[in-house]
Ligand binder design. Structure first.
Ligand SMILES: Cc1ncc(COP(=O)(O)O)c(C=O)c1O
Length: 385
């Protein structure tokens, strides 16, 4: 079991930050890595040819370890989740299939790209709605998605954990259903990778994307994408010289190369050597690896578990534990509670949280403590009527 890690961050004692799903705070070590990296360019002659390639490779290897991907060359560096998805959409062969399945309310980066593809290829988007009733909501929603996958389904695009309400999708079952029809399974892991175990070899997504500034504790503007063998012969959305074969040979760069580097490396964003972002992201991933993703999830579980019955006793609704994780939980408010009033009270007391519909999104990480949860609970209690 991890102990509280707040001393590795700058968050003050009077701040109750329950919003890692919005953006993680910097680790002190990540800030330092960034400052050192920014200063390096004060002396550009210190930036060596190896610096374009080796840190990039090391970072991909570390991310590959975290998601249990056996070949780090299947990992690309992206500036955002949407970038990774754009490369996916460009290279999907829809054949004569006619629909794309998306569970209701996916983050826009995982919607617009499919809407556009559907318009271009004459496909329809089938949004699978969440049940209106809270009873068995996650279970029924998962079943609805699985039942909708049929021979006409080209793509299932969804998150592992829903960004707004925390519903956990049963990706292994989605994979089994997709396999029947060679349907692409495209996962947005932005709200789970780093906080909830994700095993590429077990889930076998066709594509997994994640931005890096939430549960991966990196800076804003760097993320990751994994592409399986169905994308090996694909074309990237941009032609970045670093991704071409032999780009390490700076003397011969204008001996233009037809060939890309192998596997998914062609999908890396231009200037993927990101001299500031990469050392920061590397420091963050090293820390996550040292903590262990299961321990991070376990920390949130231990923190949140004692409060869940207390929340439901006040009339709030929480998803059944089989269909939620512990790091991001939607607390659906009791009907007499006013979300705007609650959100205002929280703000005044330095409790930072997101309001989504009639739910408060409670997201916790290793820097949170019982004190933060007590503060949150006290506001609910005062509004219990
Ligand atoms: C589920 C999910 N995906 C993606 C993103 C970010 O997308 P992008 O990196 O394209 O800005 C967010 C941000 O909140 C998110 O919650």
């Amino acid at each position: 079991m991890l102990r509280n890690q707040k001393d590795l961050f700058y968050l003050g004692n009077d701040v109750h930050y329950l919003n890692n799903a919005y953006m993680s705070p910097n680790l002190k070590s990540v800030e330092i890595a960034g400052i050192i990296a920014v200063r390096k360019k004060n002396h550009p002659y210190m930036v060596q040819i190896d610096d374009f390639f080796k840190p990039l490779e090391h970072l991909k290897k570390t991310f590959a370890k975290i998601v249990n991907c056996e070949n780090y060359e299947r990992i690309a560096i992206t500036p955002s989740a949407s970038y990774g998805l754009a490369n996916a959409a460009k290279n999907i062969n829809c054949g004569n299939k006619s629909k794309i399945i998306i569970p209701e309310g996916q983050f826009p980066s995982n919607y617009y790209v499919w809407e556009k593809l559907a318009e271009e290829k004459g496909l329809t988007i089938e949004i699978i709605e969440a049940p209106k009733n809270a009873e068995n909501r996650g279970k029924i929603w998962n079943e609805r998605i699985i039942n909708a996958i049929d021979r006409n389904t080209a793509i299932v695009a969804c998150a592992h954990v829903h960004w707004a309400d925390g519903t956990k999708f049963n990706l292994k079952e989605f994979r089994t259903a997709c396999d029947r029809y060679e349907t692409y399974l495209i996962i947005d892991g932005t709200q789970s990778i780093g906080a909830l175990s994700f095993d590429i070899q077990e889930i076998k997504p066709d594509v997994l994307v994640s931005s890096g500034y939430k549960w991966l504790f990196g800076p804003y503007g760097i993320g990751f994408a994994y592409y399986n063998e169905r994308f090996d012969d694909g074309q990237p959305i941009e032609e970045n010289w670093i991704n071409r074969k032999n780009s390490e040979d700076f003397k011969s760069l204008v001996n233009y190369q037809k060939e890309y580097k192998p596997f998914a490396q062609k999908y890396c964003v231009g200037e993927c050597s990101k001299f500031v972002d990469i050392p920061m992201m590397q420091t963050a991933l090293d820390q996550i690896y040292a903590w262990g993703v299961d321990n991070i999830q376990g920390y949130s579980e231990e923190l949140i578990s004692p409060y869940l019955t207390a929340f439901t006793d006040l009339g709030c609704k929480i998803e059944n534990e089989d269909f939620r994780a512990n790091h991001l939980i939607g607390v659906k408010l009791a009907s007499h509670m006013n979300i705007d009033e609650l959100a205002n009270m929280m703000k005044k007391r330095n409790i930072h949280i997101s309001a989504r519909g009639n739910s408060l999104r409670l997201s916790t990480s290793v820097y949170n403590s019982k004190r933060d949860l007590d503060q949150f609970y006290s506001v609910l209690l005062e509004n219990a009527g």
